[in-house]
Each structure stands twice: as C-alpha cells, then as structure tokens.
Design a protein around this ligand. Structure first.
Ligand SMILES: [Mg+2]
Length: 228
C-alpha cells in the first residue's frame, strides 16, 4: 500500500466500535430502569430505529429521546464509571500499537463526549483528540438538549469534521467504524481508507460497500500492522 512510511490520522468511531454498546441508548435505558420506568424503553428504541432508517434526522432523534428519558446528572455520572468495562476486546492492543508507531488517533462520535472521555483516558488518547456531542441541563435538572452548534449533532457532521482534520494534519486519514457515517467520509473521498468493523454489530450493508471489513479485532490489528 502506498504511503506506508507516512504517518496516518486514525479516526475511530466510538459506539459499537471502541465500545461494545451504543452508549447514548444504554445511558438512557439505565436511567429509566433505575427509575422503574421500563415501559418507556421500547419508545426510546423506536426513535433510535427511526433515526437509523433515515425517517428523522440525528438532531431530532437525540432531542426526542432526551425528552422521554428524564436523564439526571447522577445517571450520567454513574454510567461514566461503568463504561470502561464495555471497551471492545482487542481495541486496547490496536490503539497501543498505533501510538507506538506514532500515528495520530482521534475519536469522533455523535455520542456524548462525557461518556467517551473515560474510555479515551483508559486508552491514553488525549482529551483534545476526542470529539463528541455535549449536552445541557434544563431548569428541572434533566438533560434537555445537545449543543446545536456542534457539527456532530448533524447527520453529515462526521464527514465535515474529518474533512477539517484532514486539512489540518495534511496526512492520509483512516476511519475505523461500524456504521454508515463512518463509511461515507471514505466514499466522499474525505478519508483515504475505511476499515469496517463488524465485531459488535454486523451490518451487511456496510460490509457490501466497504473495501476492508473485519468481524474480529485480531484481524483488524493484523491488517493495520501489515499496511500502516
Ligand atoms: Mg458506531
């Protein structure tokens, strides 16, 4: 592969890639269970699916879910302490190897930055290399909205953010992720490589469109070692 001697900018997706779960839904569901409001959980899942099927945009999907979940600061704090247990097996090894080679690593996610940071710390990824959504609390003490100025709240936000980083670092960009928003930057030539990861959720549609796709992190590591 050309450019092997160059340093690369590796952009990792968070949900279902670096961690085994979809963090926003898990956070909302954990909060609802704690309050004994299990009956609302299917409604949350319904909205998530509407978003994934493109029926509503990401911004609307987050807003509707937050309105139902009555999420408090304490719920977020509790969830943050648990999320490092959800790191996908093998990812620590991959990140450590890339760091040793001197590649630049970013985490870019539509999920909450607050949930990403404990994982980043565990993986020795600096805080400033983590980009995610931030939320605000309403007067009732519930999380009521996300920062609307953040590009990551929009469906094409990841693409835009990656484009900005590519210009800044001026080196080849490799995106590692499970979803459509990870694939699109490569399809739009904003990323140079897309390494699909289906180890947590296997998405046949992504596999079909990706040039490289892995269902085991050891195979992803092997490919990375051989090519970067
Ligand atoms: Mg994902």
């Amino acid at each position: 592969m050309e450019g092997t001697f160059l340093k690369h900018l590796f952009v990792f997706d968070f949900d279902s890639t670096l961690v085994k779960i979809e963090s926003l839904d898990e956070l909302l569901i954990a909060g609802l269970r704690k309050k004994g409001k299990d009956s609302i959980i299917p409604k949350i899942e319904e909205i998530t699916n509407l978003g994934m099927e493109g029926e509503i945009n990401l911004k609307e999907s987050i807003k509707r879910r937050l309105a139902l979940a009555e999420l408090k600061r304490g719920d977020v704090q509790q969830f943050k302490t648990k999320i490092v247990e959800e790191i996908t097996p093998g990812m620590e090894k991959i990140i450590a190897w890339l760091q040793k080679q001197g590649h630049v690593i970013f985490i870019i996610s539509g999920g909450f930055l607050d949930c990403i940071l404990p994982v980043a710390k565990k993986l020795n990824i600096p805080e400033e290399n983590c980009l995610g959504n931030t939320y605000s609390f309403g007067s009732n003490g519930f999380v009521n909205d996300v920062d609307q100025k953040n590009p990551l709240v929009r469906s094409n936000g990841k693409c835009q953010t990656i484009y900005g980083l590519k210009k800044k670092y001026n080196c080849p960009v490799v995106v590692v992720g499970d979803g459509i928003s990870d694939l699109i930057p490569w399809q739009n030539s904003m990323a140079d490589y897309f390494l699909g990861f289906g180890g947590n959720i296997h998405r046949p549609k992504i596999k079909m469109q990706a040039k490289h796709y892995f269902t085991e992190s050891k195979d992803l590591l092997k490919f990375i070692k051989e090519n970067f």
